[in-house]
Write a protein that binds this ligand. Sequence first.
Ligand SMILES: *[C@@H]1O[C@H](CO)[C@@H](O)[C@H](O)[C@H]1NC(C)=O
Length: 483
Amino acid sequence: MLPQIVFSLLCSFLCFHVVLSRSLPSQSHQVLDVSVTLQQAGEVFSSKSKTFDYGQLVTSSSSSSFSLSLHPRSSLLKPIHNHNYTSLTLSRLARDSSRVNSLNSHHQLALSGFSRSDFKPVYDTVVQPEDLQSPITSGTRQGSGEYFTRIGVGQPAKEFYMVIDTGSDISWLQCAPCSDCYQQSDPVFNPSASSTYKALTCHAPQCTSLEVSACRTDTCLYQVSYGDGSYTVGDFVTETVSFGRSGSVPGVAIGCGHENEGLFIGAAGLLGLGGGSLSLPSQIKATSFSYCLVDRDANSASTLEFNSARPGDSVLAPLLTNSRISTFFYVGLTGLSVGAQMLQIPASTFEIDSNGRGGIIVDSGTAVTRLRTEAYNALRDKFVELSQHLRSSSSFSLFDTCYDLSSLTKVSVPTVALHFSGGKTLQLHPNNYLIPVDSAGKFCLAFAANSGSLSIIGNIQQQGTRVSYDLANKVVGFSPNKC
Ligand SMILES: *[C@@H]1O[C@H](CO)[C@@H](O)[C@H](O)[C@H]1NC(C)=O
């Protein structure tokens, strides 16, 4: 009698789970490991700072694919905040707000119908980058970009740390002679020491494709402003770009910045990975690229790859384009769920409308996912409703939903999932939406509302996931646990 009872109990348990995991697109709850997460956060201050072996660049077997190492900002630049995770988080969030302001202003400017080239900078006198776009001041010029890669420039190649950015197209680095350069960890690039450095003329197609350009004695000048007062100005040139030992590409148009203000402290410059014609993937005619973002606090590294196959288990989403703005990578998102319950959000919330407004982009440089206000409110309300077992705590910076988990080691939390058009579901790991904001156990829901019409999938939600942009087939793939 007894074995039969045990069997039927066991079966009702197992069989139920088998059915459950088959029939529901996502589990209603998952376990957040509070103590492991806090321990990981503490490692950001660990003094066993990784020294990068530049020879360790990953080499791929196929000659047409390139692979570079990719590091979180904190592993390159040790946080100056003396073991204070609260102030580290505050400065990260301040940076993130600047970043989103900059994307919003780029978006608005593109939709307003006039391009930035209508503003002609005066290069030979004092450049006023503030004149070039809507005035947004931040005061905190602390540096944007949370992930850095290492790339070679010139012949012979010199290697530089560069911020990766899917939200912009122009790649640039600081160049000697500097009329104004910020501090960087590598020596500044010296064009006269490279045999492949070549200035572009004003009529070169790369020059005429720039949003902001000028001409001086028939050489092309570029300028990029990032919406928070930071900018780079200099010669627009072609150079050889090399990808560690996996190969090099000659004649890539990049900015050689002689006057650089603000943002990118530590890195030598920025790699523009956007969808426009001047971005690095477009110029090297990459059919795809992908990255895996390790935890922002980790000392480990991952890779940025071009033309490699995406992992077979990727959750696929359609890659959409906005005819008004070629830089951004939009995805088809039909809805969101919390605790396996679909949120009541109109289907149009994440669509790009006929004026180019709306839509949701995937961005490597934004940390916290921003949703249109009505979508964020629905997400937050459902999360709060299903998290009544957690002790709530006061708001923190741009987060309005926080919990005190200090007395817990592990806790069950509602699952947040993204539902893409085409029917696939990306179930986020709890570490992708409940993040520590101090070292004592206060965690916040890492989503926020965007006042503009644009929604943005940020890098906290992408951490630990290989994100593949298949440009040839217009698909974005998300493969969790792939760093
Ligand atoms: C950490 O920084 C926060 C905000 O800057 C401050 O309020 C707090 O007192 C600091 N904590 C410690 C232990 O220094």
